[in-house]
Design a binder for this molecule. Structure first.
Ligand SMILES: C[S@@+](CC[C@H](N)C(=O)[O-])C[C@H]1O[C@@H](n2cnc3c(N)ncnc32)[C@H](O)[C@@H]1O
Length: 342
């Protein structure tokens, strides 16, 4: 699975950054809805820094999974709109470990004046600061995962194998590798025959690394689709959360068009919180995008209340509706807040 997503030449995420996300791509994200997501995150960042990070240090914002840097640009534009001095002082670092993606991003940001204040760095050591704010949108759902399969009263791993005629891929059922045994044991046995689901241990090492970004004081906003563990591994969720996206069609066949479709699984947010606690962070909040963005938007909504919206405000309101309406993106996406320090 790692290869079909991340192979340097053939992997899905090796394709040009302009592909994949948005109207002409395979799927939408809150970022691709328009600049309103970044505008509201800018408001949340500004409020957070003013209230919780006293002491005059310049704000440091780190984003990972930044794709083409659009959210970075939108957040910086939002900060310039609401607090120009704060925006001038702010440093926005895109953390991108893959050198080839870093190069492409660098080229695209270098020629864009709206990318002022945005840096691209390759690791946590270069991205970090004593204090800062981290954010990621739909990063963790893109991590490679294992597939678990419940059969004959036992957990197995469902792996990628070859069809008998050797002409394509097929699922093969194998005994669980030692690294997944404790997790499967903890899930128990209250599952129907043929139940399958996913698990992403890569989340653990990522949280441990990310926690090192801000050794003194920090807040991490992890935005993604996912569930707490009890909901993720509910016996009724018989077919797990593996989904493939190709030209906005959702499918469940990861063997179709290898390298040409996105393959994702929902995030087990309990796993994120457990890893955070081991890394010395605390889980300070878990809500849905609807509540998180409405809170961030409150001063803006009050400022436009009772006025006939101009065209730009009307556009922003339409995007706000898409991002927050429970039947659109408001309920499906969750925001977990982790903190170090007060
Ligand atoms: C679903 S896309 C989301 C992109 C963007 N954040 C958005 O919301 O539109 C996932 C992105 O995470 C990137 N990614 C996956 N693993 C990563 C990692 N370890 N570090 C940085 N980016 C990563 C992928 O290349 C891809 O651009």
């Amino acid at each position: 699975m790692e290869d079909v997503l991340y192979h340097k030449k053939y992997g899905y995420y090796a394709q040009p950054l302009s592909r994949a996300i948005g109207r002409g791509g395979d799927f939408y994200t809150s970022v691709s809805v328009g600049s309103t997501f970044g505008f509201l995150l800018a408001r949340a960042i500004h409020r957070e820094w003013e209230a919780e990070f006293p002491g005059g240090a310049p704000p440091v914002i780190v984003e990972q999974g930044a794709h083409d840097g659009r959210l970075a640009r939108d957040v910086m534009a939002g900060l310039r709109e609401i607090a120009p001095d704060f925006a001038d002082a702010a440093v926005y670092r895109i953390l991108e470990p893959r050198p080839e993606v870093r190069r492409t991003l660098q080229e695209s940001l270098a020629s864009d004046p709206s990318a002022d204040g945005i840096e691209i760095v390759g690791d946590v050591a270069a991205a970090g600061a004593p204090r800062g704010i981290f954010l990621c949108n739909e990063l963790l759902d893109a991590f490679p995962f294992h597939c678990l399969f419940y059969q004959g009263g036992t957990w197995h791993e469902r792996r990628v194998g070859l069809q008998e005629n050797g002409e394509g891929f097929a699922w093969v059922i194998r005994p669980l590798p030692p690294s997944l045994r404790d997790f499967a044991t903890a899930l128990g046995h209250d599952f129907p025959e043929g139940y399958h689901t996913e698990v992403a241990p890569a989340v653990d090492s990522w949280v441990a690394e990310s926690a090192a970004l801000f050794p003194e004081r920090g807040v991490w906003w992890i935005i993604d689709y996912g569930y707490p563990r009890s909901d993720y591994y509910a016996p009724s969720r018989r077919k797990g959360t593996l989904r493939c996206y190709d030209a906005h069609r959702a499918g469940e066949d990861p063997f179709a068009s290898p390298g040409q479709q996105d393959i994702t699984a929902h995030v087990d947010f309990t796993r994120v919180a457990e890893a955070a606690e081991r890394a010395g962070l605390r889980m300070a909040g878990f809500t849905d995008q609807h509540h998180f963005l409405i809170e961030a938007a409150r001063p803006w909504l009050l400022s436009i209340e009772g006025q006939a919206p101009d065209a730009a405000t009307a556009k922003r309101l339409r995007q706000f509706h898409t991002l927050t309406h429970p039947s659109l993106m408001g309920r499906q996406f969750k925001v977990m807040e982790l903190r170090r320090g007060k």
